[in-house]
Ligand binder design. Structure first.
Ligand code: PLP
Length: 402
């Protein structure tokens, strides 16, 4: 039976070139990268090269890359690491530090921020999202105050693929910092030890494959990345941080990753991440164009089969591989199972919640009053997807809906 995987936003297969580069680090270059001897230095050199490759991909230098065990951990490091540093007195605040996030962040940001708010550690404020799935930047200025230590907005959404105006948000934050400085340079200023708050973090996990993630152009202070969304291995992520002294570790142990993460480095997966990032940079432009053409063909033909279906989120400000479709009246769980049995593997929401979710918190956050959040499926295309695969999926839809 033919099967088509359309869940590349959940995970991608490891590129063969990446696997080949990783293999030696499981045997002949197996040593602990923390060891001073020749064997250890072979492993350390692999990590150094990967750090440089990843840094190049996002236009920074190797000193600004911290490898982690996942993007989930990188998001936790960005938020908790910053709060730990602040608790050490890095920034004197009257009251609770404010963190601003969008309501459509990945669960690793959302759940953490909500838990911190529940424990009364932070004052959590949401930046609203419009019907099209894009944050309302006009509201940001009024949410920023002198207690705001962090704004975290993802580059592209995992469920609906909408691309957020990161550059514009960075400009609003930078103007706010400047205004605080000018008006309030003595006592209560939001500048401390050359750190100017709020910091701006973006989770670029879904964006890296198709969007240029130049940290300078985007104007971000921290950025989260993951290997398994760009045809690299699972179990490795990274946090870009402009200045490492802004953070404290959240995983205590040996002095790895500039003292910001304990635990022996996973050499092979880190090496794989570096190679996957380098390949991705070379492939991005052509792959974006190819996938966009397939996705547009998919949507155009699909609309003929089920005209009452609607797209969740803007088509214009959207990753090229993503279609998140509202099937009015069809419970998403049932439909996902039915389609899977017919050979089409899509997902309900994002992978982290898909097995249990009956409702999408992202679609809910767009403010619809109908049953959209419980009747939507995500289809994401990838490098292996061919036109014949899309046509097969369209045939399955015809069988099911016509
Ligand atoms: N952030 C976003 C936007 C994601 O889509 C994901 C994975 O789905 C993550 C973070 C978590 O990535 P990881 O699986 O590396 O923890």
């Amino acid at each position: 039976m033919k099967r088509v995987y359309l869940d590349y936003a959940a995970s991608t297969p490891v590129d063969k070139r990446v696997l080949t580069a990783m293999a030696p680090y499981y045997n002949e270059r197996f040593a602990n990268a923390g060891s001073a001897h020749w064997f250890g230095q072979q492993a350390a050199a692999g990590i150094f090269e990967a750090r440089e490759k990843l840094a190049r991909a996002i236009n920074t230098t190797y000193e600004q890359i911290i490898f982690t065990g996942s993007a989930t951990e990188a998001n936790n490091l960005a938020i908790q690491g910053l709060l730990r540093q602040l608790r050490g007195g890095a920034f004197k605040i009257d009251g609770k530090p404010r963190i601003i996030i969008s309501a459509i962040e990945h669960q690793s940001v959302l759940k953490l921020a909500e838990e911190l708010a529940r424990q009364e550690e932070i004052d959590l404020v949401y930046l609203p999202v419009n019907h099209a799935g894009v944050v309302e930047i006009s509201k940001l200025k009024n949410l920023l105050n002198e207690r705001t230590v962090l704004v975290s907005v993802m580059l592209a959404n995992s469920e609906i693929g909408t691309i957020q105006p990161i550059g514009k948000i960075a400009k609003i934050i930078s103007d706010f910092r400047d205004s605080c400085f000018r008006g309030n340079d003595t006592g209560g200023s939001n500048k401390s030890n050359n750190v100017v708050y709020p910091l701006f973090h973006t989770d670029a996990v879904q964006g890296l494959q198709y969007l240029k993630c130049d940290v300078e152009e985007l104007g971000v202070d921290m950025m989260t990345l993951s290997a398994h969304k760009i045809y690299g291995p699972k179990g490795v992520g990274a946090l870009y941080v402009k200045n490492r002294s802004w953070l404290k570790p959240i995983i205590m142990g040996g002095e790895r990753e500039w003292g910001l993460r304990g635990g022996t480095e996973s050499t092979a997966t880190i090496v794989g991440f570096g190679v996957a990032a380098a390949i991705n940079e070379k492939m991005r432009a052509a792959e974006t164009e190819r996938v966009l053409e397939l996705r547009d063909h998919f949507w155009k033909e699909f609309k003929k089969i089920l005209p009452k279906a609607q797209l969740n989120g803007s088509l214009k400000d959207r990753l090229p591989h993503n279609l998140n479709i509202y099937f009015p009246g069809w419970p998403s769980q049932d439909l996902a199972i039915e389609l899977d049995l017919m050979g089409v593997s899509a997902s309900v929401g994002s992978a982290c919640v898909a097995k249990v979710a009956e409702s999408s918190y992202v679609v809910e956050a767009l403010g619809y009053k109908d049953d959209r959040a419980t009747s939507s499926l995500r289809f994401t295309l990838g490098r292996p997807t061919k036109k014949s695969d899309v046509d097969f999926v369209l045939e399955v839809f015809k069988k099911r809906f016509e």
